[in-house]
Design a protein around this ligand. Structure first.
Ligand code: SAM
Ligand code: SF4
Length: 471
């Protein structure tokens, strides 16, 4: 376990702010400046945009400067133990801020709030407010409770809440790409996963509000939307007239908003992704040819223990369909877990051979982290030693790196269309953007601006980036 008490030098220096009395706080914008920090998956980042919208409607203003905030909200992740450690460590940092400004409110939102509930308030004295992912409409009332001197908590999980009628306020936006939440929760109950317990039952957002949000984003100059859900392929919504809309139909409805609006989506579940979805992707040039298809393991025995509801053969058949319908160029990425309960060396070799069979463009790879309350924690034994998990994880990462480089090589010497997203991180003289299969391209600037589509000749690549010149 890491030592949660230790602050780095920079963190201590970052807290060197003048003391503020409660009276001063009240004078300064009536105590309504909120600073939000988000952790974890894209859904959490999208949720913070919903939270900001709800708070702004209620007279709050957001600040990116934590030192001037009256309220700090951490939108948290609980997927692995170290995600929660990170938050507890961050709270240590804020303890020093609160010592200097006793009127400061600290709230925990999201999955860690939902998982730990009142325990968070008991264990972390600095925490004033705890709100689960379905309780964000209640935040203004919860903040009022805190300003009345009470601790406030709402961790009620809803079967209906989709925040469909709330227009998110884009945070840290490049003005080109935006996330659009299409569903919430998950019904899959993979044995390792805490999401069904922290985000509740699966529910889909109504189609008209999704389309209205995408249309508005396009009018505002955005050129790419990513449709978000834990399992987008199980999207289903029924109109008042009784018409059932599935994910392929939703995808088509978003694609026709405007041919210049690129559409991406995440995450697909291998058991649910249909050929209808793949053919819809093929039909529309603006639906990006990239699929994130988490495998988690290449071993049938482990997939069964994980209750993933597919076999390695089924998974490979889905990959075959992707290649048949969308071709070799379609980007495919994975999530993989190393060292799940009872995983043997042979199971691990099956994972490495799945990587070799598919040759993914990209991957998110994790060592198994047992989560309290999950079926795996209750019924299985987390028996793979930490050093073995780490060694296996490293082998998966090393192989993926080779494949990422190979897949990038495929683009060298080609002319690609790039949506420009902004300045390259390394040089103001270069722009960066993505091709539709989600590869980052960096090239010297011409006259183009953010949001333009340009053609670039790819000259070379690294395992993470394509490098080229404007055509
Ligand atoms: N819904 C998506 C799916 O089914 O693929 C993924 C959701 S989860 C937020 C993202 C990834 O975290 C999972 O695909 C899995 O690889 C990883 N993950 C989830 N629980 C984990 C655990 N207990 N230990 C390690 N990794 C985990
Ligand atoms: Fe978790 Fe499985 Fe649901 Fe993904 S599909 S969120 S891994 S339970």
């Amino acid at each position: 376990m890491q030592d949660l008490k230790v602050l780095t030098k920079e963190e201590k220096e970052g807290l060197d702010v003048p003391r503020i009395s409660e009276d001063q706080v009240a004078e300064n914008s009536f105590g309504k400046k909120v600073y939000i920090e988000s952790y974890g998956c894209q859904m959490n980042f999208a949720d913070s945009e919903v939270v900001t919208s709800i708070l702004q409607e209620n007279g709050y203003v957001t600040t990116s400067n934590v030192k001037e905030a009256h309220t700090i909200l951490l939108n948290t992740c609980a997927i692995r133990e170290n995600a929660e450690h990170k938050i507890r460590h961050r709270l240590q940092v804020f303890t020093h801020l609160k010592a200097k400004n006793p009127a400061l409110t600290v709230g925990i939102l999201g999955c860690m709030a939902e998982r730990l509930k009142t325990k968070l308030i008991d264990e972390e004295k600095i925490v004033d407010l705890v709100a689960g992912p379905d309780a964000y409409r209640d935040l203004p009332a919860l903040l009022d409770e805190v300003s009345d001197g009470q601790k406030a908590i709402n961790v009620f999980l809803s079967r209906e809440e989709t925040y469909g009628n709330i227009e998110p306020v884009r945070l840290n936006s490049n003005g080109v790409t935006a996330m659009v939440s299409i569903m919430r929760g998950c019904d899959n109950m993979c044995t390792f996963c805490v999401v069904p317990y922290t985000r509740g039952r699966e529910r889909s957002r109504d189609l008209p509000s999704i389309i209205a949000e995408c249309e508005k984003l396009f009018q505002q100059g955005y050129r790419e939307v990513t449709l978000l859900g834990q399992n987008v392929d199980s999207y289903k919504w029924t109109s008042e007239e009784g018409q059932l809309v599935n994910f392929a139909q939703l995808l088509e409805a978003v694609a026709i908003v405007n041919p210049l609006l690129r559409v991406r989506f995440s995450t697909s579940h291998p058991k649910d992704i249909t050929d209808e979805v793949l053919y819809t992707m093929k039909k529309y040039d603006n639906i990006c040819k990239n699929i994130h298809l988490p495998a988690q393991s290449g071993s049938n025995r482990i997939l069964e223990l994980m209750k993933r509801s597919y076999t390695r053969e089924w998974y490979l058949d889905r990959i075959k369909s992707i290649r048949n319908i969308l071709g070799e160029e379609c980007g495919v990425s994975q999530d993989m877990i190393a060292g799940f309960c009872t995983e043997t060396e042979e199971d691990h070799q099956d994972t490495l051979s799945l990587l070799a069979d598919v040759e993914y463009d990209f991957g998110y790879m994790f060592a198994y982290s047992e989560r309290p309350g999950t079926p795996a924690e209750k019924k299985l034994t987390d028996d793979v030693p930490e050093e073995v998990k780490m060694r296996r994880l490293q082998e998966i990462i090393d192989l993926q790196r080779i494949h990422s480089a190979n897949r990038n090589e495929m683009w060298v010497g080609r002319k690609v269309q790039v949506l420009v997203e902004g300045d390259s991180k390394k040089s103001k003289l270069h722009h960066f953007g993505k091709i539709d299969s989600n590869k980052v391209v960096v090239f010297p600037k011409g006259n183009e601006v953010k949001g333009d589509y340009v053609f670039v000749n790819v000259n070379h690549c690294t395992s993470g980036t394509l490098l080229g010149e404007l055509c």
